[in-house]
Design a protein around this ligand. Sequence first.
Ligand code: ADP
Length: 245
Amino acid sequence: MVSTSERPRLIMEDGRRYNGRAYDELRPIRMQVGVLNNANGSALVEYGRTKVLAAVYGPREPQLKHVSIPYRAVLRCRYHMAPFSTHDRKSPAPSRREVELSKVIRESLEPVVVSEMFPRTSIDIFIEVLNADGGTRTASVTAASLALADAGIPMKDLVAGVAVGKVDGVIVLDIDEVEDMYGEADMPVAAAPSLNLITLLQLNGVLTPDEFKKSLDLALSGIRRIHEGMKETLRRRYLEVKVEE
Ligand code: ADP
C-alpha cells in the first residue's frame, strides 16, 4: 500500500490524471497465453504494474467426489495474492478477501463456459497475483478467461474485466492502486461483449445514477478494447502453432 498519509491530488490542472493518463485511457496491457508447461491452459496478464498469472487444469476427475455434478462440469477458482505482490509482505494464508474474490471471479466466468459438455468433471482455475497495483480482480478475470481458452475449454465468449473509478470528481478508466485508495468510488466490471452480458459489477463508494451510467459505459468501452486484445493474443498464439507445423 502507499504510505502517504495526505490525500494526493489525482487530477492535474491540464485535466490529466496524476499518472499522466487521459480519463478514458487504459494502462499498457500485455497478455500472453501458454506460459506454463504443466497446466492445461495458462495466461499471464499485465495491466500496467498489476501482473496476474492464471493456470487451468481440466476438465478432470474431481479431487473430491462429492463436488461432482451429473450433468455438467464444476468450475472451481482460487484467487491468491503472492506474499511478494504488495508493498508490505502479505500473509500467504488465504484471507477473507481472497475467498470472496475467488467466488466473484468464478461467477463472472460461469455464464460463458459450456460446462454441460463435461459432466462429472471439474475445471480448476488457479490465479496468482504476482504484482498488485489496483484492479487485480478484473485482470484476474481476463487472465482466467484466456487460460480457459488456452486449455481448449469451449466458451460462448471471452470475459474481460476492468475497474473504473471517480477521482477528484472525474470518472476515469482502469484505476490503479492510488486512484482506488484515494478516489471517491471504484467499480470493477467484467463483461462478455459478444454475448452482451455483464458478469461482474461491484461498487465501493458513492456515485449518482448519472455517474453510475457514465462509469458503466466507460468500463464497457475499455472491456471491448481488452476483448479485442484477447482475441488477437489467441489468434497470434494459434497462428504461431500453424507456422511451426
Ligand atoms: P482489486 O485488486 O481488485 O482492485 P481491492 O480494491 O481490494 O481489489 O484492492 C485494491 C488494491 O489494493 C490491490 O490491487 C492492491 O494493490 C492493494 N491491496 C489489496 N489487498 C492488499 C493487501 N492485503 N496488502 C497490500 N495491498 C493490498
